[in-house]
Ligand binder design. Structure first.
Ligand code: SAM
Length: 214
């Protein structure tokens, strides 16, 4: 994602504490209190500009969504979308997903979405890929037993790597599609990257990976 310097980003984040949670570590184990209900929590890691999470929150009012985006200049793009939607079941966190277990307790998250994650194609950057083993461990640490990671990307290299990484970790793969937009998988909500790359004719790869019981 191309970054524009937005010196006002922190001020905008600070002005919207009801959307970008200011002290997410204080809600560890207590997210149900923040949302005021017992609904399952789904997180999106690397939310980008927030189209997916906002649309998902409208389609699924019985799920609480939390978007995790480490770049301030990108988080701000999600604020207006969430504000306009008027949805109460969606929040953002401006943090690095590497530290996920500082923000969520065991069994607190029901599903993780990874959409068009940065591919980091160089072998020496493998550890930065959001499907690298250490990330799979952090997701597992906060997910319910048999929790799921749903991934989609147009990057064949990242997709193949991720299938391998999920399998090596002992996860079960479901609903794998090598061409999501021409598949019978229903209810797809497009992300900003998905719109851009599918308009260029790129194929979208998608899978669900399920943790085995702890
Ligand atoms: N999911 C969006 C979409 O499909 O339009 C954005 C895709 S963009 C290529 C990847 C995003 O993930 C970037 O905004 C980046 O800042 C964010 N990101 C990458 N690694 C992250 C991490 N460890 N923690 C939080 N966000 C991360």
């Amino acid at each position: 994602m191309r970054l524009r310097n937005k010196p006002w980003a922190q001020d905008m984040i600070d002005d919207h504490p009801g959307i970008v949670v200011p002290d997410p570590e204080n809600w560890k184990g207590k997210w149900k209190e923040l949302f005021g209900n017992e609904n399952p929590i789904h997180i999106e890691v690397g939310t980008g500009k927030g189209q997916f999470i906002t649309e998902m929150s409208k389609l699924h009012p019985d799920i609480n969504f939390i978007g995790i985006e480490r770049q301030k200049s990108i988080v701000v793009s999600s604020i207006d979308k969430i504000k306009e939607s008027g949805q109460e079941n969606v929040r953002m966190m401006n943090v690095n997903a590497m530290e996920l277990n500082q923000f969520f307790a065991e069994n607190e998250v029901h599903r993780v979405y990874l959409n068009f994650s940065d591919p980091w194609p160089k072998a020496r950057h493998e550890k930065r890929r959001l499907t690298y083993e250490t990330f799979l461990q952090s997701y597992e640490a906060v997910l319910i037993p048999n929790g799921e990671v749903h991934l989609k990307t147009d990057n064949q290299g990242l997709f193949e790597y991720s299938l391998h990484s999920f399998s090596k970790y002992g996860m079960i793969l479901n609903n794998v599609s090598l061409d999501l937009h021409n598949s019978d998988i229903e209810g797809n909500v497009m992300t900003e990257y998905e719109e851009k790359f599918s308009a260029k004719g790129n194929r979208i790869y998608r899978c669900e990976a399920v943790y085995r019981s702890k």
